[in-house]
Design a protein around this ligand. Sequence first.
Ligand SMILES: O=C(O)C(=O)Cc1ccccc1
Length: 338
Amino acid sequence: MVNVAFLAPLGTYTHQAALQQFPEDKHTTFTPVDSISKCFQELMTNKELDFAVVPLENSTNGQVVFTYDILRDLMNNSDTYQENEAVPMLEIVAEQYVSIDLCLIASKPLNLNSLTKETKLEIHSHPQVWGQAANYLKLLEQKVSALHKIDASSTSAAVRLCCEMEGEEQGGVISLAVGSSIAAKAHNGFVLDSRINDKKGNTTRFLILKRRNSQGPPLEARPFSPLANDQMVSILTFVVKQDSPGSLVDVLNVLKEHRINMCSITSRPYHFPKDDRIQLTPENEEGRWRKWQYIFFVEVTHDNRLDWAPVLKGIRSNSMRFCFWGTLHRNGRYYDIT
Ligand SMILES: O=C(O)C(=O)Cc1ccccc1
C-alpha cells in the first residue's frame, strides 16, 4: 500500500498534484491533512504515511513561504548532524507541476452583473491566491461597496466553508471562494467565473517528500507524468560562514568547480539562536550582533552520473551549515505544462 498525505480537503491543487504523482488505484490511499505544516509533521510522526505532497512555488507570485520556512526550520533544528551537515528526517524525492486555473465559486448560482454598490463581498481562499488574481479581484472590488479577503488553510477548504454557509447572505454579505473547478464540484458549489488568474500559464510547483532511508514503497515513474529524459535536479540549503565578503560566492564556486549548473537560488531570513551567534561571528566585530542570517536554497541540474561526495566536501568546508534535501527526476511538465 502507498499512503500519501496532501493539503486538505479533496479538490485542492495539492490534491491534483498528488493524483498526478500517484496512481488512483486500490494500492494507494490519499490522506487529507489540514495544513502544509501538518503535512510535514504527519509524515515525520505517522509511520503509516509514505509520502507528503506540498506546494513550493508559483509562477506568478513566487515562493510558498510556508513551505520554504518549514524546510529552513527542519534544517536548523535537525536532530541529526554529520559535522555541519544537517540530516533532517525528510527528503525530497519528486516534483509535480499543476496548471492553476482559478475559479470564482459560490454556494448557489449568482449573476455577477447583479452585484451593486450596496453589495458587501467576502472572498475566501488560500493566501497564495491573492497575488495570482490581484487584478481580477481589484476589478470586482470596484463593482461593490466592500470586498474582504479571508485567508483559509487551502483553496478547497475555502470552497467548502463558502458552500457550507448555504450561501445565505449573512447581513447582506455575499461569501464567495477562489479555488479549482474540481473543488467546486467536490463541495457542490457553482463556478461563477473561471480562469480569473491574472497570468496565463499560472503554474504551481509541488514537492513530494518521504522519510529518509524509509523502507516505504518506491516511487514509480508515472506514464502521464513524463520524466525529462535523465535530467536530475538536486536541492540544497545552506547558511554561509559569516559576513565576510565572498562567503556566498565561496559556496557557489564549489558548484562551478564541479561544472554543476545552478538553475535557481533563493533565500529566506531567519533569526538564529544566541548560541549560533557565537559560532557565526566568533570575532564579534565591534560587539555588534547580526539581527538575522539568510538561508539559501539552491537547485542544480545534472545527469544521473554525478558523484556528490567531492561536491559536498567542498560545500561542507565553505558553509556554516548545509543540508542536501535530495535528488529528483526533472518532471517533463516543467517544460510543457498543458
Ligand atoms: O493546494 C491548494 O489548493 C492550496 O490551497 C495551496 C495552493 C494555493 C494556490 C495555488 C496552488 C496551491
